[in-house]
Design a protein around this ligand. Structure first.
Ligand SMILES: [Zn+2]
Length: 158
């Protein structure tokens, strides 16, 4: 079973999870031996399940959401989950690929255009957060980046 070390994980939530596992051994991703590690399968499930539950296809967005999304990002292509994960800088490239594969396999979204579901569609903080999110995407090369990272870090999922 593959194992991944602290040094190969950048996202701090995942890093904390790895450290809490309190195991040491050799990393399957880099050349580090006798370091803090976790089975990568465990960490992929931990992160992957959050993605699966927080992404839904644009085809399921409300007109309100879709409208804002498209308005804010005329020239920005929606990206597939692999790019989202890359933009989040989760960690080692191979690990990110494995995580993307997991999300694809477990997601019931048939298309590759995703929206993050903040789960609070009716309240104002959701709306302002969403607007902020859309605005941030309009100025950047790819869409899910900083705000998506905050989402992944949300205490709601701790
Ligand atoms: Zn490593």
């Amino acid at each position: 079973m593959k194992k991944i070390c602290e040094g190969c994980i950048k996202n701090h939530v995942l890093k904390e999870h790895l450290i809490e596992a309190n195991k040491s051994g050799d990393c399957s991703y880099c050349d580090n031996n006798s370091v803090k590690i976790i089975e990568s399968e465990i960490l992929i499930k931990f992160a992957g399940d959050r993605f699966v539950s927080s992404l839904y296809p644009i085809s399921e967005a409300t007109p309100y959401e879709a409208g804002m999304f498209f308005e804010g990002s005329n020239d920005i292509p929606f990206d597939e989950v692999g790019y989202i994960i890359q933009e989040l800088e989760v960690g080692h490239e191979t690990f990110e690929d494995e995580l993307s594969t997991y999300v694809f396999e477990h997601s019931d979204c048939p298309d590759d255009l995703f929206i993050i579901d903040y789960g609070e569609n009716d309240n104002n903080s959701y709306k302002s957060k969403w607007l902020q999110f859309v605005r941030s995407t309009a100025n950047k090369h790819r869409f899910f980046n900083k705000d998506a990272k905050e989402f992944l870090d949300s205490p709601k999922f701790r």
